[in-house]
Design a protein around this ligand. Structure first.
Ligand SMILES: Cc1ncc(COP(=O)(O)O)c(C=O)c1O
Length: 458
């Protein structure tokens, strides 16, 4: 069939959820009560929630039906086997360890592999990954290619690892590197993909130094779609074949099923190495649960199994990537600085470029995210100096970029919702010069962006 000119949602809506329109005064009061931290705003006071694409998507009719098949047996539930089969159809690792979400997989793996003196390279660690590495005393090193740190640089695979830097780190301290990670897509770097060619080169470097390679595979299907549409020689291949190639290049993976598992909760850790799996399962039993359910109910395992079959549907992925680009293109045409090319799951506003009068240590990303909420009830997420600026020793430096991520929950908002978001962002950008920075009034020792309280700088 010829493709329609407009790439439409390959589904229709079967159940609806109301969203609540608030007044500007209500939103101002909500912000003040939340200490200007958008994580502390009640979700009912948010009109369009683009805080995260994690666990916020709509499940399909077939996933809800699968939930009814959930078998809650403690050990050896059929739901576990359905989950295992669906995971291994895409990622044929012999050991699959279910966890309640991605960071639990990270916690278990880094408890086993991390520790003081260890160094973990990644293209860019996500916040929970970095925190879990650093919590063990290990050092988290980001090695994305230079284009990945430049919001305006155009590169089809801006999430790629800088292979030469990886090689020199492994040369200098290979015995202190227990694992190399590649995050697909690179969330903290703008949702940018990693090419198969880059994964092959990373693999070759890891092989030379005898270090295993793991994927942080949260958005593996979106990454595979970018490979299919952007990498020479891949266009005619199926997404599933490309995912198999990605898996074959790795020794293991961590996964949050809240993203490309199309589920509201869940994750896993998978690997080839039996001895490592044994150690991880021991940690799993201590912290999550028995190895055939991990931190999940049988019904969650079923929802993920079905979600994994739906997420590699190419009509879904075409719509998903196109609808994200629709938001990015409209903002770019209106002159709003955005990270380009557009990411798979999110559009990232370049707050440092839009608010040059707000220094990074006065958190331009936070200022912009707050303004979007106040203006139109839109909740985005600062990805910048609030999230990454503070170091384990308590010192603070500007992050590489100050961005506001507008993450698009999967299969949840319509084009008119996105048109409304475009109007609000353009309205805020038009009076960007009036926005002021923030200071932190109170912060926890780690992952401060979740619970810190802010104060506007007058
Ligand atoms: C790249 C990446 N890794 C790891 C995680 C952690 O997953 P979870 O939120 O399920 O713990 C996330 C979540 O946003 C992510 O985007």
């Amino acid at each position: 069939m010829d493709l329609p000119r407009t790439i439409i949602e390959p589904f229709r809506i079967h159940a609806v959820e109301p969203i609540r329109i608030t007044t500007r005064e209500e939103r101002a009061a909500a912000l003040e009560a939340a200490g200007w931290n958008l994580f502390a705003i009640h979700a009912e006071d948010v009109l369009i929630d683009l805080l995260t694409d994690s666990g916020t998507g709509a499940m399909s009719r077939d996933q809800w039906a699968a939930v009814q098949h959930g078998d809650e047996s403690y050990a050896g539930s059929p739901s576990w086997y359905a989950f295992l089969e669906a995971v291994q159809e895409l990622f044929p690792f012999p050991h699959v360890i279910p966890t309640h979400q991605g960071r639990a997989a990270e916690k278990i793996l880094f408890s086993v592999l991390g520790g003081p003196d260890k160094v973990i390279p990644n293209n860019t660690h996500f916040d929970t990954t970095r925190a879990n590495v650093e919590f063990t005393g290990a050092e988290a090193v980001d090695l994305v290619i230079p284009e990945g740190g430049d919001p305006q640089a155009i590169h089809p695979f801006k999430g790629n690892m800088d292979v030469a830097r990886l090689d020199s780190i492994l040369e200098a301290c290979g015995d202190r590197v227990p694992v190399v990670f590649v995050t697909v897509t690179n969330n903290s770097g703008g949702g940018q993909p990693v090419s198969l060619e880059n994964l092959r080169q990373v693999r070759a470097v890891c092989d030379r130094h005898g270090v295993p390679l793991f994927l942080d595979a949260c958005r593996f299907a979106e990454n595979a779609w970018f490979i299919k549409t952007r990498e020479p020689g891949q266009t005619e291949r199926s997404v599933v074949d490309i995912v198999h190639d990605m898996a074959a290049l790795a020794d293991g993976m961590t996964m949050s099923a809240k993203k490309d598992g199309l589920a509201n909760i869940g994750g896993w850790l998978a690997m080839r190495d039996s001895a490592l799996a044994e150690q991880c399962r021991t940690m799993l039993i201590l912290t999550e649960g028995f190895p055939t359910y991990g931190g999940l109910a049988g019904r969650d395992l079923e929802a993920i199994a079905q979600g994994l079959r739906e997420v590699v549907d190419e009509d879904y992925l075409r719509y998903r990537i196109r609808s994200t680009a629709y938001l990015g293109e409209a903002l770019d045409e209106a002159g709003v600085p955005v990270v380009k090319p557009y990411g798979g799951h999110a559009v990232y506003l370049d707050a440092r470029a839009l608010l040059p009068h707000v220094p990074p240590l006065a958190y331009p990303g936070q200022a912009l995210a707050i303004a979007l909420y106040l203006e139109g009830g839109i909740r985005g997420c600062e990805i910048g100096t609030v999230m990454f600026g503070r170091h384990p020793d308590g010192t603070e430096t500007p992050a590489a970029m100050d961005l506001v991520r507008l993450a698009i929950p999967r299969r949840t908002y319509t084009q008119s919702h996105i048109d409304y978001v475009i109007e609000v962002v353009i309205a805020v950008a038009a009076r960007a010069a009036e926005l002021r920075g923030y200071r932190i009034a109170d912060e926890p020792p780690a992952l401060r962006h979740f619970t810190a309280r802010f104060e506007p700088i007058s």
